[in-house]
Ligand binder design. Structure first.
Ligand SMILES: Nc1ncnc2c1ncn2[C@@H]1O[C@H](COP(=O)(O)OP(=O)(O)OP(=O)(O)O)[C@@H](O)[C@H]1O
Ligand SMILES: [Mg+2]
Length: 274
């Protein structure tokens, strides 16, 4: 049986709990023959033309491809932020399009986290308060018990311990994005979706974000789907899906590698003419 480390006990002691069978045996996320067409004046734009993919629990998958190839569209469908024109998204065994709006919203809120290119932090709140936001919005007490423990824990994961009381304008861009990553992870989502999270950052700062994502995957078995056009970022993934013209052109298996060396990936992309 597959097990995952659960640190949700109030005393913080790690506890091994079995994964539900559906998660242990099947993919955590599936897209089946997804299409998406946007109306544009008299015509339509076919942003996705039949994409199927499957992501295993604990996997780090990158979607790479040129601008306009359909990466963000695909991420939004997979994360339930938008509906496909046809095809299905299955998240933890549930067909999203068959759920009521309420249930779909709850599934997205409880089981997914998002990080975007812009950090979207609240300027008046400090680091801890920004990270605590999902709980605050739900009306929960964030000052004690398991929730306070989770907030501390995720701030440590993104390496911001000691900066809990800094406001966003007292942080570097990379630190701000790490707050956004912590906020996305604090609810322990089954899936983390990230769309160009390093797009506004220089190389070194971008690396800090990618390291934080990778640690969450490696140490906490967080499943991640990362959109990027940067091969150095994609090289953190276990598997890279190359998106072009609304389809998946190729899959590049990299495996879990501590060095995140991009040479193999760059070589394969060159063979594909990218
Ligand atoms: N709301 C929309 N209305 C019309 N067309 C859209 C809309 N959103 C996306 N598109 C089109 O769909 C295609 C795919 O867009 P998408 O944003 O998924 O690309 P992308 O791969 O994420 O690109 P980038 O790397 O520039 O972010 C593009 O041709 C885009 O112009
Ligand atoms: Mg995009």
């Amino acid at each position: 049986m597959t097990a995952q480390l659960d640190t949700s006990r109030a005393d913080g002691a790690p506890q091994i709990v079995p994964r539900p069978a559906a998660v242990a045996t099947g993919p955590i996320l599936e897209g089946r023959t997804l299409t998406k067409s946007y109306p544009l004046g008299e015509t339509t734009v076919d942003a996705l033309r039949g994409v199927s993919l499957s992501v295993a629990a604990g996997e780090f998958v990158a979607l790479m491809g040129p601008s306009g190839s359909g990466k963000s569209t695909l991420l939004q469908l997979l994360g339930g932020l938008d509906q496909p024109t046809s095809g299905e998204v299955i998240l933890e065994g549930e067909v999203i399009s068959q759920l009521s709006d309420d249930r779909a919203t709850r599934l997205r809120r409880d089981r997914t986290g998002f990080v975007f290119q812009s950090f979207n932090l609240i300027p008046l709140l400090d680091v801890s308060e920004n990270v605590a936001l999902p709980f605050t919005i739900a009306g929960q007490d964030t000052s004690r018990g398991e929730i306070a423990e989770r907030i501390r824990d995720v701030i440590e994961l993104v390496d911001l311990t000691g900066k809990e009381h800094h406001k966003p304008d007292q942080l570097s861009a990379g630190e701000q994005q790490r707050v956004a990553v912590a906020r996305a992870l604090v609810t322990r989502p089954a899936l983390l979706f990230a769309d160009e999270p390093t797009g506004n950052l220089d190389y070194t700062t971008g690396t800090e974000i990618l390291d934080a994502l990778w640690r969450s995957c490696e140490e906490r078995h967080q499943t991640i789907v990362l959109v990027t056009h940067d091969s150095k970022a994609a090289a953190y993934a276990d598997r890279v899906l190359v998106v072009r013209d609304g389809t998946i052109l190729d899959t590049i298996e990299l495996g879990r590698r501590r060095d995140h060396d991009a040479a193999t990936l760059i070589g394969r992309l060159a063979q594909l003419g990218l």
